[in-house]
Ligand binder design. Structure first.
Ligand code: SIN
Ligand code: FE
Length: 288
């Protein structure tokens, strides 16, 4: 089962190995403090107007997308996300210094909306357990590492349900993971449906994601652990490995990273290795 590893004080030398087992690292005292205007902006709830599920910030272009919030709130939010991007990167460096040569920073997001009660399609419903895999952004085996922080101002916990381990999840859903017809991945890449070419690995991961979210009986019965993350807490997890659902909560920050499979400390535990073993195919190389 997935463990929650609390980190307080000095960083344990095996923190990266814990992440790579699928465990969640929890920092109760992260040291990331919000300013008065940042707290007021979150409390006012203005960012959620307009409403995309996620407001995103791209550190490369300094652009915020997904909110119609006008200045000065917009600038307060942009500054908060820019600071969080740096904080999260420093935290990953501290947890896993060995990742640095293979670490790529992705988008930063702010998630203001309450999750409970939100209407959405089953495929987009993150209240159903899944491991992350996105139709338009193939990773070709790169890992998805995410750093979350609950920044709610009214004490609302962010409630997650996690589990079971990746191998059980994969074994359960592999028979139902749909394959693409020959030539489809090339067509997707050429027409811009995918940003880069979908590999066999990406296709299997998407198949698992969809099969898991569709299976309401499995959602209700698979071994699970419920975790509440309180305001001020930060947690880090490989969301391409650890089945997770976000059941309730609002106002979270999130920073995504892509980590090259070559810099893993235990490469045999990665989803790519597990799926290649279970399917008997080298999924990083297989084209679909
Ligand atoms: C998810 O990755 O499924 C959502 C996590 C969250 O927003 O807490
Ligand atoms: Fe997810």
């Amino acid at each position: 089962m997935i463990d929650i590893i609390e980190i307080a004080g000095a960083m344990p030398h095996d923190a990266a190995a814990a992440l790579e087992r699928g465990d969640i690292l929890l920092f109760r005292e992260s040291g990331f403090a919000l300013t008065g205007p940042e707290c007021a902006m979150i409390e006012a709830g203005e960012a959620a107007v307009g409403l995309a599920k996620n407001i995103s910030y791209d550190a490369a272009t300094c652009e915020v997308k997904g909110t119609e919030m006008p200045p000065p709130g917009r600038d307060v939010l942009k500054n908060l996300m820019a600071r969080y991007a740096v904080f999260a990167r420093d935290l990953v460096h501290a947890v896993a210094p060995s990742y640095q040569p293979g670490l790529k920073q992705g988008r930063t997001s702010f998630r203001p909306a309450e999750i409970a009660g939100r209407e959405t399609s089953w495929r987009k419903d993150d209240r159903r357990r899944h491991v992350d895999a996105f139709p338009s952004t193939p990773t070709q085996g790169a890992r998805i590492l995410r750093v979350f922080m609950n920044v709610d101002q009214a004490g609302t916990p962010r409630q997650w349900r996690v589990g079971p381990d990746f191998e059980s999840y994969a074994k359960n859903f592999l028979p139902r993971a749909a394959r693409l017809p020959p030539g489809a991945a090339t067509l997707f890449a050429l027409t811009g449906i995918t940003k880069t070419r979908r590999s066999g690995y990406d296709q299997v991961m998407l198949g698992l994601h969809d099969a898991a979210k569709r299976d309401t009986a499995w959602q209700a019965s698979a071994p699970a652990r419920d975790v509440s993350f309180l305001p001020g807490q930060v947690w880090m997890v490989f969301t391409d490995q650890t089945p997770h659902a976000a059941l309730a909560g609002r106002n979270a920050l999130e920073q995504s990273f892509y980590v090259a499979p070559e810099v893993m400390t235990v490469p045999e535990q990665s989803p790519l290795a597990v799926l290649s073993r279970l399917t008997g195919r080298d999924l990083a190389r297989v084209l679909v």
